[in-house]
Every structure is written in C-alpha cells, then in structure tokens.
Design a protein around this ligand. Structure first.
Ligand code: NDP
Length: 331
C-alpha cells in the first residue's frame, strides 16, 4: 500500500504567494495515523479558502493539502474501529488545517476523528452537508435547546445564501419556523424561497446604526457572519430570544453593549463544529440522515472536480459563493 500513488490538490508557497495545483503523492507522504481512508468526496468551506490563500491562522506550513471535510472508505485501520471496508465521515479537528485534508484522494487520521457513515447514506450525500451543514445543524440544535419554537415568531438567518446559511434556512423551514433570509445577493431571493424562506431581505437590515437598541423584529436567529451585522442583529431580537453565532465573514470583532442582554434577556450562543466530541457530531449527522433531511439542498448542491477548486475557493473569499459545493475526486 505504501507504494500506492494518488492525486491531491496541493497548495505551495512561492515568494509569499500561494498557488494550488494537482500533484501526485505517495501514501508514504501522508502523516502518521491510525486510519488510512480512500476519499471519494470532500466539501468546500470558507476555512478551505483561508488555508488555500495562505492564512497562517489556519495552516502554518506549506506545501499543504486543504480540505477540512472528507468521506470515503477505510482501507487500513490500526485500531479495528472503524473497520477496514467501512464508510466514514471525517470533519474538523485538524483535518485540512495542518493535517493533509480531503482535497487529496487519501488521508490518514486518528480513529477518534472518524464518524461511521449513517445507514443509507453515501459519501457524496454526507459531503453535500459537510462541515457547513453540520454547523448549521449545531446552530439550530442550540436554538431548540434554548426553547426556541415557531410560535415565538420569525427566525433570521444571516449570510443566508452561503454554505452554512442555506442549510440553516432549509432546516429551520422544515421544522416549521418562519424564516427571514438575510442576504446580500438579490439574485438568490428565488433560490432562498425554494429552500423555504418566507421572506428574503437585504443586508441593509443589519447596517450600522447608532441607536443602542432597535425594534425587536426576530424571535431567534442564526448568525453566520459575525462582526457589526451580528451587533445589529442582537439589537433586534425579541425578549428572551437566542442567537446562534458561528462565523466571521464580516469580521471577528464584536462591538456591542450589554443592553440586548440585560434589557431583553437575549442569549448569544457560540457554536463550534470542529473540536466538539465525536459523539456530538455523530448525533447531528444521524439527524440529517433521518428527520432533518434537506431535500432541496441535496438536489441543488454543485459538484466540482479538483481543477475547479481555484475558482470555487476564490469565490468564498469574495463573499460570492452560494449554496453547497461538493468535490468529487472522480470528476
Ligand atoms: P460562505 O462564504 O459560503 O457564506 C458566507 C455568506 O455570508 C456569504 O455567502 C454571504 O451571504 C455572506 N457574507 C459574505 N461576506 C459578507 C460580509 N462582508 N458581510 C456580511 N455578509 C457577508 O461561508 P460558510 O457558510 O461556509 O461559512 C460562514 C462562516 O461560518 C465563516 O466565517 C466560516 O468560517 C464559519 N464557520 C464556522 C464553523 C464553526 O465551527 N464555528 C464551521 C463552518 C463555518 P449573502 O450574500 O447571502 O449575504
């Protein structure tokens, strides 16, 4: 097996710039680890775009194979669990950050990173959801655990056309919520309505506003953008409502006052999909395979090959990416 060669989309550094290209590697080039996996599919995430553009907060050294998500078949297993021949999903932990990731046809990882594929699912389906879907599921789960319900009023989703946002829109709509999709892409209003949004509004509803509090518009929210839009969203949450916060495309800074928290009892809920226990990931994957299935997301996901990665990752950095994108190593 060690002599086997495979293809990977690898990023190299040259004079401070970063370039991705297809390379041929050997299994022996992979990092040490317990489980060797033949990856059939990966999924594209904002973090992959950061890694591929040389963001040292994500990936310290190059050359490197990005891809924070991978799904495929176990080829060798030092621990026996997962067993050779079984199908698995690997997302988060260090995959694709400083451990070669799913943009290569093989990965080698600790067994503690491997979730068994839910019954009836194929690798491609798992990667349609990917880390973004998992994160959307965790955001919704946190809202539900705080007691959020459709009867309380409209739920907002920011960055609605993005990978996390689009899954959150369809899942919340499926659960019976009135979903207000907040999106900067006017031409995506129709596709957001197909996902189940009852209203689509522009990002201007979260534009900087000097007032310390605003009219309470939303019972609860999923925020995927962070920065000043999140601060503005907090001012518009109804008493006792909650906001799940998972992203930073609008910036990592959060400048707010304590007023939403002490005047309206608003809850700000942090969501991490990367370092949480494997069992928590497994529970959300099972839900997506069963009662949280999002048929529109599954039908509308875009399939790409390794040669399309450059353009697809650049779109993330420009805020132009939309919906879910799956990397098929056979494409
Ligand atoms: P995408 O790029 O697919 O989506 C982000 C969306 O945010 C865009 O499509 C756009 O939607 C909107 N947007 C982009 N730039 C801006 C801006 N400057 N101001 C306001 N809105 C903007 O990314 P993902 O959905 O994959 O990820 C979203 C965030 O979640 C990222 O920050 C990512 O790092 C984070 N994340 C966190 C995870 C965790 O474990 N906490 C896991 C996965 C992702 P529109 O045009 O519709 O407004």
């Amino acid at each position: 097996m060690n002599d086997t060669q495979f293809k990977a989309w690898r990023v190299a550094e040259q004079d401070g710039s970063y370039y991705g290209s297809e390379q041929v590697l050997g299994i022996k080039d992979l990092p040490e680890g317990e489980v060797l996996i033949k990856v059939s599919h990966s999924s594209l995430n904002y973090k992959d775009a950061l890694s591929a553009s040389g963001n040292k907060g994500v990936t310290r050294s190059f050359p490197h194979t990005p891809g924070i998500d991978a799904a495929g078949e176990v080829i060798e297993s030092a621990t026996g669990a997962p067993a050779a021949g079984s199908k698995v999903i690997v997302t988060g932990y260090d995959l694709g950050m400083n451990t070669d990731g799913g943009f290569g046809e093989y990965i080698r990882v600790p067994s503690a990173w491997c979730v068994p594929m839910p019954a009836g699912w194929e690798a491609e389906t798992a990667m349609i959801y990917g880390t973004a879907g998992l994160t959307a599921g965790l955001c919704v789960q946190k809202l539900l655990r705080m007691g959020a319900g459709p009867e309380q009023g409209r739920v907002a989703v920011s960055g609605a056309s993005g990978a996390v946002g689009s899954v959150a829109v369809e899942l919340l709509a499926k659960l019976g919520f009135d979903v207000v999709a907040i999106s900067g892409k006017a031409d995506h209003a129709e596709s957001l309505k197909k996902l189940g949004a009852t209203e689509v509004v522009g990002r201007d509803v979260l534009a900087d506003n000097k007032k310390p509090m605003l009219r309470p518009e939303f019972a609860n929210a999923v925020d995927t953008v962070g920065g000043s839009p999140l601060a503005e969203l907090l001012k518009q949450i109804k008493p006792g409502g909650s906001v799940s916060c998972c992203g930073l495309v609008a910036g990592p800074q959060l400048q707010t006052t304590v007023l939403p928290f002490i005047l309206r009892g608003v809850n700000l809920l942090g969501v991490d999909s990367v370092e949480i226990p494997l069992a928590d990931k497994e529970a959300v994957w099972k839900k997506f395979a069963e009662d949280w299935k999002c048929p529109t997301i599954e039908a509308s996901a875009k399939r790409i090959g390794r040669t399309d990665l450059d353009d697809a990752l650049s779109a993330f950095l420009k805020g132009e990416s939309a919906g879910k994108i799956v990397l098929d190593h056979k494409a």
